[in-house]
Write a protein that binds this ligand. Sequence first.
Ligand SMILES: Cc1cc2nc3c(=O)[nH]c(=O)nc-3n(C[C@H](O)[C@H](O)[C@H](O)COP(=O)(O)O)c2cc1C
Ligand code: SF4
Ligand code: SF4
Length: 280
Amino acid sequence: MRIIVYCFSGTGNTRWVCERLSAELRSIGHTVDLFPIKAEFAPPPANGYDGMLLGYPVHAFNAPVPVLKFLKKLPAAHKYLPVWLVRTSGEPLKLNEAAGITPKRLLKARGYTVKGELHYVMPYNIIFRHPDGMAVRMREDAERAIPRDAALISAGKGELCKNGAFRRMVSFTLRVEHPAMPLIGRRFKATEKCVGCGKCASLCPQGNIKMVNGKPQFGKSCAACMGCAFLCPQDAVKISLLNGWRVNGAYTFEGAPAADGEVIRYCRKSYLRYFHKMEE
Ligand SMILES: Cc1cc2nc3c(=O)[nH]c(=O)nc-3n(C[C@H](O)[C@H](O)[C@H](O)COP(=O)(O)O)c2cc1C
Ligand code: SF4
Ligand code: SF4
């Protein structure tokens, strides 16, 4: 199979999962091309491929705006083309499955057939920082699941999530994030700790940051990916109203995985259920 992977990732979690899945698919004989979803870059259409993966993080129980914009512009499939959604989220709540509702609808309208939804819990890039052991366990469990998931894709199989009225309502309500984020993002600021390295500007997938006189200036198209604040080497980016939820510094994924007794209290049962399922 020739497989095309489109991936939106603010802070690297989804990118890592998509790269690992791609490597696994290549190791079992498929040709895989991976393209980032970025505002200033138009990836090639999926025609000519036999399968497609769409990777994205869950943002407020929805797909991020750049992913929805990308799907709206995606040319119609010229033949039966199977698609697998590849999601990451910071918590294991089933409600996160609602983030597949709109992408599935948009893909179907363009003639694509969504065959499966893959979901990996990865460390938070906003709200709070997961303890290192939790991050290691998440990544180890994803490593464990990826060969199984690649085999499913290879066999053309997968499962779809069912989303009832409650999930639809929550996800629809929280879509308020979409118009709100450009307004909040305009008020992001670099503090005096900024050394003008330009990293935030070069990694912003929206091309929303310009360096002016050695300091970043934030424009009107922030998609709340958190790349700038999370990856700033000086922890210099203040994210306006969301600053209390800022998480800075990439996870090292080093050390021992959290044992069951060390799993955090927030959503504890859900994390344990998720970990045990991945470790079956
Ligand atoms: C604006 C925003 C909203 C988020 N909303 C959710 C959410 O609703 N549920 C969840 O479990 N995680 C949520 N997260 C956490 C991310 O989905 C998670 O950390 C993801 O793995 C980040 O992927 P990335 O590194 O590819 O950007 C949110 C993150 C951001 C930045
Ligand atoms: S990444 Fe941080 S230190 Fe570098 S320019 Fe941006 S705000 Fe300044
Ligand atoms: S300004 Fe920051 S949070 Fe907004 S899209 Fe760019 S990198 Fe992401």
